[in-house]
Design a protein around this ligand. Structure first.
Ligand code: E4P
Length: 286
């Protein structure tokens, strides 16, 4: 196979699956996890099915064991680990949580949501030399805010635009990826684009065309790619998104992050869903 320039991460929460994909591809550059994916890890599901709900500490310990098993399996794109957050979680709470998670493995990227509190937590984190992955990104303005908030970081910062969830609401999710890549041409390169919520082989191939630095992909899609003998997009490749086009916005990356319009309905909904899935595994919900 021709190895794409785009780094390939497994989007999941099960080390066995990561091993399987690694065998299939011959490599795995990294991994992303999130609270919903951890809640569906086979061991956690067994615990819940047997009637054992977890304490907060047990849930953290299980998450830690999962990422510690995945950590040595992956390459230099690392393992993204997501902090717990709901609409009320403060930046300090996210940061404290993130700092603990960052100590679990040598190649962690801490995931914070693209909200004001998440951006503040990211700012505190990069000042401490931590690697971050800004998740639940649905707009160019949110990505611009990530850029502005993390300027001066010594470590690369990831921003994760969620393609599939924008498609779900009738928009062309790949446009956000394309627009962010275009906007970052004017930047200093400290933020890397990690295309997320990839739902099809077409999404993945278009990431290769756009040269996103990274893409996180469910095992199912990587298996499809392998079953077709790892096709790469040729010059004729055209991505045909069905959704409404998302126009490019001229934004000034030198503005203060607080001046960008970072509100997005899908960011709010995404936080609620992650929090609900996390809480469903707990005996005494946080
Ligand atoms: C990865 O970082 C994201 O959490 C993941 O890609 C979300 O995918 P979904 O929209 O299919 O849940």
């Amino acid at each position: 196979m021709t190895r794409p320039k785009t780094k390939i991460l497994v989007d999941g929460g099960d080390p066995q699956e990561t091993r399987r994909v690694k065998e299939l591809l011959g490599f795995v550059d990294g991994q992303t996890t999130n609270p919903s994916l951890i809640a569906t890890n086979p061991h956690i599901r067994e615990l819940i099915a047997s009637g054992h709900k977890l304490s907060n500490r047990e849930e953290m310990d299980e998450y830690r064991k999962i990422v510690q098993t995945i950590s040595p399996l992956v390459g230099d794109a690392g393992v993204s680990v997501e902090v717990f957050s709901d609409q009320k979680t403060t930046a300090q709470e996210m940061f404290d949580h993130g700092r603990e998670m960052f100590s679990w493995i040598p190649n962690a990227y801490i995931k914070y949501p693209c909200t004001a509190e998440g951006l503040r937590a990211a700012q505190m984190s990069v000042r401490q030399g931590m690697r971050v992955n800004m998740t639940l990104c649905f707009s160019q303005q949110q990505a611009a805010a990530v850029y502005a908030a993390t300027k001066g970081t010594k470590e690369p910062v990831y921003v994760s635009p969620f393609v599939g969830r924008l498609d779900d609401i009738g928009q062309n999710g790949m446009d956000v990826v394309k627009n962010i890549k275009r906007m970052f041409l004017k930047g200093d390169g400290h933020v890397l684009v990690l295309a997320a919520s990839i739902r099809s082989l077409e999404h993945l191939l278009y990431c290769f065309v756009l040269e996103t630095e990274l893409a996180t992909v469910p095992a199912k899609i990587l298996e499809q790619w392998a079953s077709k003998n790892f096709p790469m997009p040729d010059k004729q490749f055209q991505y045909r998104g069905d959704g409404k086009p998302i126009p490019y916005e001229e934004l000034d990356l030198e503005q203060a992050w607080e001046t960008f319009d970072i509100q997005h309905e899908l960011t709010r909904k995404g936080i609620d869903k992650f929090a609900a899935d996390y809480r469903a595994t707990l005996s005494r919900p946080a």
